[in-house]
Design a protein around this ligand. Structure first.
Ligand SMILES: NC(=O)c1ccc[n+]([C@@H]2O[C@H](COP(=O)([O-])OP(=O)(O)OC[C@H]3O[C@@H](n4cnc5c(N)ncnc54)[C@H](OP(=O)(O)O)[C@@H]3O)[C@@H](O)[C@H]2O)c1
Length: 342
């Protein structure tokens, strides 16, 4: 099969299109004929091997352990492992092809990929494979960090900082689906898109600093993390919650060794003393449960993937470079099928 291969860490140019062997599913895996895959910041991290700590966290010390990048997939089930019970050949599915929360190559930039059954759901009929491939990692991050709805009560005020990006566009729509009044902050070139996904109030970050408007929010969902915790706390109600996703601007704003980990460790430590930080003992639903939630919300039309641009498999390096340049509205998707309608 044709696949994008990754044999050494570096810029997107290290990736090469090659003929490789078609994978065989493990007992709990599904072999998928890939129709679409998507690109996100973690794909860049694993391709570049930065921050270095990710090489110790599963990606591979001196070179990538798994040699085909891509973690999100949508396609047709080709065959299933012996223990798989929920899917059969011919099913249309979407999900992640990595286990747990690994920082590693998943293999979806190829004609076929194996994915664990628990990380997949049936694709809703009302969205295309391209739209479905845009959902998994970004949608899961948004859902988990909104506490699966538990951090948002109907009628509460939620601010999404970085509302037009891959995670932000899902966070806005999920918060709306949970009944919140949503304020979206992003670049002026994306304000129309942020409005189109249902945001109630808009803030152009080049003109206004949301921590200084006097407005108070019940939840601040912060993707760029460009304000201090002290400033964000001033924009929270006394019982409000601050959640950091964090964005290191593709290496430009991070420690090359540890990335954003020190900042997360600091927040974890502070969460023992600061009530506006999420308690770290929260329980998270499984990937299987969360994929099912996303599937239902998609089928009900409550969330709709926003695709900025698509690229063919041969242009994965260009797609990663495009993502890294910034100013993306929603997601960048890789397509493998010319007819990608259903
Ligand atoms: N998306 C995923 O599936 C995924 C997967 C794993 C991890 N993550 C992590 O989650 C983080 C966020 O990912 P993402 O995909 O949402 O990133 P993204 O698509 O780049 O979105 C970030 C958004 O924040 C905006 N922004 C930049 N500076 C801002 C500011 N000062 N104020 C308000 N908004 C600002 C960006 O606008 P401009 O483009 O105009 O700068 C962009 O719209 C990444 O660090 C990544 O490591 C994401």
């Amino acid at each position: 099969m044709k696949a994008i291969t990754h044999t050494k860490y570096g810029p997107p140019e290290v990736l090469q299109l090659k003929e490789v062997e078609k994978p065989t599913p493990e007992d709990d895996e599904v072999l998928i004929n890939v129709h679409a895959a998507s690109v996100h910041a973690d794909v860049w991290h694993v391709v570049s091997g930065l921050p270095y700590v990710l090489r110790l966290m599963g990606a591979g010390l001196l070179k990538p352990k798994k040699t085909i990048p891509g973690t999100d997939v949508a396609g047709l089930v080709e065959s299933v492992g012996q223990k798989v019970t929920r899917f059969k050949p011919g099913d249309k599915v979407f999900g992640e092809c990595i286990r747990g929360h690994q920082w590693t190559n998943g293999g979806s930039y190829a004609e076929y990929v194996c994915a664990p059954e628990e990380a997949l759901a049936l694709k809703p009929a009302n969205i295309t494979f391209e739209q479905a491939a845009a959902v998994p990692t970004s949608g899961l991050i948004a859902l988990w960090n909104l506490g699966d709805g538990t951090l948002v009560q109907a009628g509460q005020k939620v601010l999404i900082n970085g509302a037009a990006g891959g995670v932000g566009a899902f966070a806005v729509q999920l918060a709306k689906a949970f009944g919140a009044e949503v304020t979206g902050v992003d670049h002026p070139s994306k304000i129309d898109m942020v409005r189109s996904i249902g945001t109630d109030h808009l803030i152009d970050y080049t003109q206004e600093n949301f921590t200084q408007t006097g407005e108070r929010y019940d939840l601040i969902f912060d993707i760029p993390g460009n304000h201090s915790l002290a400033d964000c706390r001033r924009a929270l109600t006394p019982k409000g919650t601050y959640v950091l996703i964090g964005h290191d601007n593709y290496g430009r704003g991070m420690c090359r060794w540890l990335g954003l980990l020190p900042r997360f460790f600091k927040l974890m430590l502070l969460s023992r003393f600061v009530s506006q930080l999420r308690n770290m003992n929260f329980s998270m639903p499984s990937k299987k449960e969360s994929m099912a939630t996303l599937k239902e919300l998609l089928a009900a039309g409550k969330i709709k993937p926003v695709i900025d641009r698509t690229f063919p498999l041969t242009e994965v390096p260009e797609a990663i470079r495009y993502l890294k340049e910034g100013h993306i509205k929603g997601k960048v998707v890789i397509t493998l099928e010319p007819d990608n309608k259903t």
